[in-house]
Design a protein around this ligand. Sequence first.
Ligand code: UDX
Length: 457
Amino acid sequence: MRIAMIGTGYVGLVSGVCFSEFGFDVTCVDKDAAKIEALNRGEVPIYEPGLSELMVKNAARLTFSTDLAVAVEEADVVFIAVGTPSRRGDGEADLSYVYAAAREVAAAMRPGTIVVIKSTVVVGTTREVKRIIAEAAPDKDFSIAANPEFLREGAAIEDFLRPDRVIVGVEDERGEQALKTLYRPLNLRQTPIVFTSLENAEIIKYAANAFLAMKITFINEIADLCEAAGGNVQDIARGIGLDNRIGAKFLHPGPGYGGSCFPKDTRAFAALARRLGSPVKLIETTISLNETRIASMAERVVAAMGGSVEGRTIAILGIAFKPNTDDVREAPALTLIPALQAAGASIRAHDPEARESAAPILSSLTWCASPYEAAEGADALVIMTEWNEYRALNLTKLSELMRGNVVVDLRNIYPLEEIAPHRFDYHSLGRPDALRPRHSDGFAPAPPRQVGGTGQA
Ligand code: UDX
């Protein structure tokens, strides 16, 4: 079976390469000629662990091309994996790239082609694509399917090859059989493949992302509550996460969720729901709490530094919205840094991969080649992204390099026991910031403390 993957963005490229790993011949298509040339030279445009190795391994089954018509004409299955950015103004997803690709596919495809929507699209889009293709190519019989992705950046290869489940919206036997064949390698792992309607598949994607965004926002609020009440959010997360109905994952407090999916998808979901007259108020609240939280992180740093950062130097470790990616889309660091600069601070920044993508967006800061270089002469150090290389820093060296001693750990990556022997004035999220003896029942209440401007309205 031959696949054409339209769009070599994050989702299209990872999916195309992984389908070649499954043994299929794949042509990845993009309008961006420079990108296709680079891919043909073996250069990978994004940082994603394992991707370039898989590209090399499956080179014989992978083609990169700007010629959509040829790729589609040769294909049995065509995936549309183009971008669906937020539309300016109303937050709804901009579907124009999807519809434009559908028209081009219609013109080039052979009768009997299976057209699969992989882009994240709001309910009703796949049916509209079907209508567009049927109108543009009335003589060509085809099948339509919706196959949303659930890939996490930084773990996308793993997520594709070993998913929890695969969701497929289909309308006919031919489409179902084709998708069953494509995902057959997952049978070995007994991965559930859920066949459902086109609309259900579309809603599942948005509902899954919205739920996860809500879960993160929930634990962020519990972290704030712990600060006020004197609890430890990590103990709370473990205590509730052991309940299988809740689950332990996505209960790590942070500076607010970012990235290319959660912010955009929650906004699109909420906007669509409002338009349909069935608002999703939990998600609307999630969106606004998250925006407030991201904006409030600067106040947290200012408070940790005694109320002013004027003339102070702050080291920022991590710009990417999460580790193992160079993606800075909606990264909380992009809000934090300008806010601290506006308050008079100088910034020394380090990120293992994201410097190139962040450099055009951030200005007037000093880029450093290592976390230690960033710490040199800094009055405070802020951990924004939980890169592995920040988890085992030489704390003695760090404290010698720094001028001040404030550390704001917005990912809670340091156990309090590790911090305790050092001279740091350490601040984290939802935890007592210094070790206290435990009560016999294991709970160590802290005196309620006031964190300057946690931003909770
Ligand atoms: C997400 C979904 O997980 C994936 O299924 C979907 O297809 C695309 O969107 P991604 O954006 O790559 O993936 O990263 P994810 O690991 O989900 O993290 C998203 C954001 O939430 C990051 O900013 C991360 O730091 C934050 N997060 C995540 C937390 O703050 N706490 C957590 O416990 C988990």
